[in-house]
Design a protein. Sequence first.
Length: 309
Amino acid sequence: MTSQQDYAIGIPGKPWGKEDKAVWLSQQTIKRSYRQQVVAKVKKIGQDLSELLVVEQYGALSYDPDTYTLWVIKTRHWQDHKPTVLITGGVHGYETSGVQGALRFVETTLGFYADTYNFVVAPCISPWAYETINRWNPSTIDPNRSFKSDTAVEEASNIMSYVKGLNVPILAHLDLHETTDTDNSEFRPALEARDAVEQELWEIPDGFYGVGDSDNPVPDFQKAIIDAVEKVTHIAPSDENNYLIGAKTEQRGVINYPIKGLGLCAGFTDAAFVTTTEVYPDSPRVDDENCIMAQVAAVKGALDYLKTI
């Protein structure tokens, strides 16, 4: 178990109020540049791949709209007979390979699938969290529990509104994430302190795993992703109880969550095929490049499988 006693903000047993949240926000600092590491790459993609893709701004976050503009990369010559694939990253800004993996896929690989699919790629849904390396937004809210129809969370509502406005069916949604050691060292203790609700710590899996939808698990699709990723990096073994992050392993490297009920990003469309990828960047067996390539491999595995159905 975690211990709220160990967290520096708040009073044990009492949920955070406005003052506690303000203290938390005051302690957050900019650690990297969204403009340089993400927006610049998006715009370069728009220039270099202009015959294939178009870059669109779908919004801006109201607390700093000049800095935190929101971008998608989409198929320029949309064809209604092609299935549409949605790829999202950076819902949790600290999960770096989700953002950079989405961009790398577009830069290096999307073109090989352009004849088969229409694409919508939103590489960084939570840019403030990307810059401050956070799970939460400035209001101490986890965007990846906020993808619901009545959400007031801008990071979620902006992309949901944009995709809804496309008015096209989504065949598959791939949401690119990481599970890091800071989940146990920082983010779950912070959650316990914020809500004054005890949180269980689990063993951080050493390797890649995927999260499917318990209401529509599509196990063959999930297996195809695992098989593709295994060519790039190692798959996380289950713990001694056959669990990963507190959830029962449904097949090697795959667990299932009720994604719509939890308000997870992967559940905000009615896509028939959804997954949340989980890379482990703190493993001694990987580096940043390997983590990015694992995300690309996951997307490729999914797209290759979808060609067969």
